[in-house]
Write a protein that binds this ligand. Structure first.
Ligand code: TXA
Ligand code: MG
Length: 324
């Protein structure tokens, strides 16, 4: 490791103690979750939270998720209702983020929620994330540990490449199990809304609290400012729902590869056609194929159910027109 690079460390007890101390000193620590790596900061420190926005070059209008070690810690920050209780009981710890009204006594600076009167909270299902939360003794504001607009990191090396020395320490928990970010559910109104499809399939959430609306109206957009069209973007252009890659293109396949497809390079999200496996491979494979020797990345059609909803959402944003 070059001496100027960020420190990637195994999550030994002494590394976790050091990480906890860094968080309490308002420094930034990247850590693994079951979804993607997070860029963690003390959610009660405005200075630490400001450093997160700076490290990511993230718009301050895009609020952060507050990570807590359990539902009782969440209930000290936001007002739970029956739907929140049912979802927390069913899916926490796990890849579900709940947007709820913040409690007036929540010790969380406005910057975390970009001035909204709501907070997004989640309990991550990863032993290293939970150990860090306990060691730090603070809720952690943690966006995905990548520069804003780029592909989310699913390994410690991805974090190091994206953020470099902007992060004090990277806890290495190996590759993330789920590979796409948490599902974000807004429970502030009478109608629950899926702000971002993610690691818990929409069908599973609806089985607990009934129908979710998918916000499309402009009126809803400011509620989830992170959901801009271009996001999760590699450098190369993406061509979606493609069965026949063109000469010069790299191919991101799913399931059986069409006979006669002769891409310059190919990776398969899941040869068996398994959506969970595909989600776990998505971001790392997009990074691997993002090389200037290809003209574009052609991507196979992905079914739109289960985790396929989150995969297609990320692919559509990665393919969206952008300003570079
Ligand atoms: O799986 C995940 O959720 C990962 C890991 C690290 O936990 N985190 C993550 O954070 O994906 P980030 O910052 O990349 O995405 C947070 C999303 C954004 O779309 C943001 O707009 C939305 O959550 N969000 C956060 N607070 C919100 C709020 N108060 N109201 C509405 N949306 C909110
Ligand atoms: Mg992100």
């Amino acid at each position: 490791m070059p001496p100027t690079g960020p420190r990637i460390v195994k999550p030994t007890p002494s590394a976790l103690a050091r990480a906890g101390a860094l968080i309490r000193a308002s420094r930034l620590v990247a850590f693994p979750t079951e979804t993607v790596y997070g860029l963690g900061a003390d959610a009660t420190s405005a200075a630490a939270v400001a450093a997160v926005y700076a490290a990511k070059a993230r718009a301050r209008s895009n609020p952060l998720i507050v990570h807590v070690p359990g539902a009782s810690a969440a209930r000290r920050l936001v007002a739970f209702d029956a739907r929140a209780r049912a979802l927390a009981r069913t899916f926490w710890p796990g890849p579900l983020t709940l947007v709820l009204k913040r409690r007036p006594d929540a010790p969380i600076p406005d910057l975390v929620s970009a001035g909204l009167d709501t907070l997004a909270v989640r309990v991550p299902d990863h032993p290293v994330a939970l150990a860090l939360l306990r060691r730090a003794g603070r809720p952690l504001a943690a966006p995905s540990a990548n520069r804003s607009g780029h592909v989310s990191p699913t390994t410690a090396a991805h974090v190091a490449r994206s953020l470099g020395r902007r992060v004090a320490l990277i806890l290495d928990g190996g590759p993330c199990r789920i590979g796409v970010e948490s599902s974000v559910v807004d429970l502030c109104g009478p109608q629950a809304a899926l702000l971002r499809p993610g690691g818990i399939p929409r069908e599973a959430i609806e089985a607990v609290i009934g129908r979710l609306s998918r916000p499309r109206s402009k009126a809803h957009r400011p509620r989830s400012p992170g959901q801009r069209p271009s996001h999760y973007a590699p450098r190369l252009e993406l061509r979606l729902a493609t069965r026949r890659p063109r000469a010069g293109e790299a191919y991101l396949a799913f399931g059986k590869v069409p006979a006669g497809a002769r891409p310059r390079a190919m990776l398969n999200l899941s040869p068996a056609g398994d959506l969970a496996e595909a989600a776990a491979n998505l971001f790392a494979m997009l990074r691997d194929l993002d090389h200037p020797r290809f003209t574009a990345i052609a991507v196979a059609p992905i079914p739109a159910h289960g985790l396929g909803l989150a995969i297609n959402d990320r692919l559509e944003r990665a393919a969206a027109p952008r300003r570079r």
